[in-house]
Design a protein around this ligand. Structure first.
Ligand code: GAR
Length: 188
């Protein structure tokens, strides 16, 4: 049976697209039941529409608290019997409400070799630091910022002074590593 997942994203959604394409190629036995975004105008919404996948777009500011918007999400995910939450560029800390409803069932991808360079603009942080090798990490999510047990990592050589090319390498690696790691996780 296909594993039911929800993909959370705040931006362009290239990881979401890579996951959905892997599903359609039959490489990943999963079904994206819902895309959740905290940025209603982000490009991931267009991508989800193109695939005919339902979207829950919310604006955090219009809720009283993190607990309130997360409780609504939990209820939507329960209705759809979602088993795993897949964070793909979701730039918001996951709170207690989601963490306790999906304990050890939330996975994240981050564009660095964690624990180096957590948080925003990990690629910029790595290049500013002058590292020669950076990479990609997939991990289970806990209450911290890009922390939690590491599931997989891959290294990428930094292209000196060339952010665009470094970024392209990282994103290409993300799209492969995320699908591969999710496959292993769902087959357990
Ligand atoms: C990806 O590089 C992902 O690793 C990163 O956001 C980007 C989203 O790209 N996530 C984080 O930095 C999490 N702290 P996408 O919207 O094209 O998938």
């Amino acid at each position: 049976m296909a594993t039911k997942i929800a993909v959370f994203a705040s931006g362009r959604g290239s990881n979401f697209q890579a996951i959905q394409e892997a599903i359609e190629r039959g490489e990943l036995d999963a079904k994206v039941e819902l895309v959740v975004t905290d940025k209603p105008s982000s490009y991931v919404v267009t991508r989800a529409d193109n695939f005919g996948i339902p979207v829950h777009a919310f604006t955090a500011k219009s809720y009283e608290s993190k607990e309130a918007y997360e409780a609504e999400i939990v209820s939507l995910l329960r209705d759809k019997q979602v088993e795993w939450i897949v964070l793909a560029g979701y730039m918001r800390l996951v709170g207690k409400t989601l963490l306790s409803a999906f304990s050890n069932r939330i996975v994240n991808i981050h564009p660095s070799l964690l624990p180096s360079f957590p948080g925003k603009d990990a690629i910029g942080q790595a290049m500013d630091h002058g590292v020669k090798v950076t990479g990609v990490t997939v991990h289970l999510v806990d209450e911290g910022m890009d922390t939690g047990p590491i599931l997989s990592q891959a290294a990428i050589e930094v292209v000196d002074g060339n952010r665009e090319e470094t970024e392209n390498r990282i994103h290409a690696m993300e799209h492969v590593l995320y699908t591969k790691t999710l496959k292993q996780l769902f087959e357990k």
